[in-house]
Design a protein around this ligand. Structure first.
Ligand code: OXD
Ligand code: MN
Length: 611
């Protein structure tokens, strides 16, 4: 057993509460060594991980890691929000009593860090000096070195974040214990993994994974689940939103747009977008964040403000290429310290590859290993079409590496939010963009956000898998209360953002082609939204919001057929009426759903009926 006090003294940790927290968990998990980490330790820890074979070199200043084969994604069914108040139970949060979960966790992790080092990582999920700083500090303890390297890229790390706290106890206790990965029964009835957020105690207890989605506690559990709960109690919002800025060089105006998209709906690509070539002289797009935004109302200006609490991007590699996301490719260039996880890897050339990186995999398969580490050259006929990379393979890089990161991305005061957008992947029904100017209808739209079910598995044609505000996996309290909280927070702003729903994925039912080219062209819809907010265009009112008139969209340099354009600016009333029935059933599940949300639902339904 290690000397906890000596390790904390060596690191100069003065915060007594932090010291007690670390000592408490060291006594339970029993690591051999304790080490307090800061960003300055990165190069040394990278070298130690390379020496230990946990990381492999992927060209100059880039690294490759593989996670255990059954540990490659977030596990929603093993994720639990625990509190002491049964009223916190919602439809999606898997609520359990805190006392029960804490006891269970203690038995799971007792002695599990024996033989390992416990790394103590003080971090901050906010730009330093922000008005939400008191909710942003945390200390993750972990017994996995590659996890430390990921946290250093994804959060601001250093002891000052906890030593200088006004209230020395206002940090999140984030405990991560890896466990014996080959013996945890992943996906079986005897699954031993637990990913628990004890939200009313600001304590995160994760066991049984070293994959980022379960092990980056600042991001997944603190930045989202905990922030959502803290925000509910303290008047702000923690959302799984991207955040981008648009600068109009001609007018000098700057817009900021925050938005939620269910997974696989292009959120990271949108966050990192560049303007279409033809509009590049006039507009500049700035990147703030691809996954999380905290929003609040600045009382002085009456505006909704937001920042990205993260310090990096944990992006899905699949389909990232020069067309879909050139910015991301630049952000993971040699020398950036990027860590790739579960992509295909060639140890001889130190190259990496994933599906969609190029249209065909490397022609010469010599030396290439798939994400499990198996040689591609040895594949049998049956295996030859298996993906080389895991579909959820990732790259991890810091915000500062993103070429168009906004100049003010670290501004502690955040940026004002002009628009909140929601967008799913819908092959019909949803137009390119529909704007919503009423707050309750905007919140209603967020609550009914979804992505198309995969038909093979989930049945009803055209039915969405609802994902309210894209927070289904992160919801930490009841959905009805959450809706009310949105109404309260945004309703208090004198200058409210405009809402909009976007869809880049409409297809022609005849031949299946995408009716809108997507990617960089998507900015055109957002520019229209800004113009609508400014009163420069009027659009056309429909039962489900305001859609652009064709002539209002700036289509310079874009080729799109009249038929496609008309289709994506038209409301399919019959399909919408069908959708309203699904929505009603979806909303009926939620306790205490505010009456104004039901009013919004009935208004939209009535307008559709009258159409
Ligand atoms: C997620 C992520 O799982 O951002 O949502 O990684
Ligand atoms: Mn996410």
């Amino acid at each position: 057993m290690t000397d906890v006090e000596a390790a904390l003294d060596d690191a100069g940790i003065k915060n007594q509460q932090v010291r007690e927290y670390v000592a408490h968990w060291a006594a339970i998990t029993q690591p051999d060594r304790i080490e307090v980490v800061s960003t300055a330790d990165d190069a040394r820890l990278v070298q130690e991980s390379l020496d230990a074979g946990e990381l492999l070199p992927a060209g100059e200043g880039r690294y490759y890691s593989r996670s255990y084969v059954k540990d490659t994604a977030r596990s929603e069914e093993r994720t639990i929000v625990a509190t002491s108040d049964p009223n916190d139970k919602g439809v999606y949060n898997n609520w359990r009593p805190a006392s029960e979960m804490k006891e269970l966790y203690n038995t799971l992790v007792a002695g599990q860090s024996r033989g390992r080092t416990m790394y103590v990582i003080p971090y901050l999920m906010a730009p330093p000096g922000s008005p939400l700083e008191q909710f942003a500090a945390g200390v993750q303890i972990t017994d996995c070195r590659p996890v430390v390297l990921h946290v250093i890229r994804m959060a601001r790390v250093g002891k000052d974040h906890v030593d200088n706290l006004a209230d020395q106890n206002s940090f999140v206790r984030a405990v991560h214990v890896t466990g014996d990965l080959p013996n945890l029964g992943q996906g079986t009835p005897d699954d031993k993994r637990y990913f628990i957020t004890v939200a009313d105690e600001r304590t995160i207890l994760h066991f049984g994974s070293s994959y980022g989605g379960n092990a980056l506690l600042g991001k997944i559990a603190h930045g989202l689940r905990q922030a959502m709960y803290d925000g509910w109690k303290n008047g702000f919002l923690g959302e799984q939103f991207m955040l981008l800025g648009v600068v109009d060089h001609q007018t000098g105006r700057r817009y900021h747009i925050a938005g939620g998209f269910p997974s696989a709906s292009g959120k990271t690509n949108l966050a990192m977008t560049l303007p279409p070539d033809a509009l590049g002289d006039r507009y500049h797009v700035e990147f703030y964040g691809d996954d999380i935004a905290w929003l609040w109302v600045d009382e002085e200006s009456g505006r909704v403000m937001a920042f990205n609490p993260e310090n990096g991007v944990f992006g899905v590699a699949k389909d990232t290429n020069e067309l879909t996301n050139p910015t991301a490719l630049d952000a993971i260039r040699p020398g950036t310290g990027t860590i790739f996880t579960n992509v295909a890897y060639n140890p001889t050339t130190q190259e990496v590859w994933w599906e969609g990186r190029t249209s065909e995999p490397p022609a010469d398969v010599t030396g290439w290993l798939d994400w499990k580490g198996l040689p591609i050259a040895d594949r049998t006929d049956e295996e030859k079409d298996d993906p080389w990379a895991h579909p959820n393979s990732r790259f991890t890089t810091t915000l500062a590496n993103v070429p168009n990161v906004a100049v003010d991305y670290e501004n502690p005061g955040g940026v004002h939010v002009d628009a909140v957008i929601f967008g799913g992947r819908t092959r019909d029904r949803e137009p390119l963009i529909r704007a919503i100017t009423d707050l309750a209808e905007g919140v209603y739209d967020g609550l009914t956000l979804g992505a198309e079910a995969t038909f093979a598995a989930e049945g009803v044609d055209g039915q969405l898998r609802y994902d309210p505000m894209s927070n289904r996996p992160f919801m930490s309290y009841g959905e009805g209360d959450y809706a009310q909280h949105w109404l309260d927070v945004i309703g208090a702003a004198e200058h409210q953002p405009i809402f909009a729903h976007v869809n880049w994925f409409q297809r022609d039912p005849e031949d299946g082609h995408f009716r809108w080219p997507g990617y960089r062209e998507n900015l055109r819809a957002l520019l229209w939204l800004a113009q609508l907010k400014n009163g420069e265009v009027t659009g056309r009112q429909t039962p489900v919001g305001i859609v652009p008139k064709a002539e209002e969209l700036n289509l310079d340099g874009l080729e799109i057929s009249e038929e496609d354009l008309e289709a994506i600016l038209t409301i399919d009333v019959d399909r919408w009426r069908q959708e309203m029935g699904f929505r009603e059933k979806h909303l009926e599940q939620f306790d205490r759903l505010p009456e104004v949300i039901w009013d919004a639902h009935r208004r939209v339904a009535k307008a559709l009926d009258e159409e």
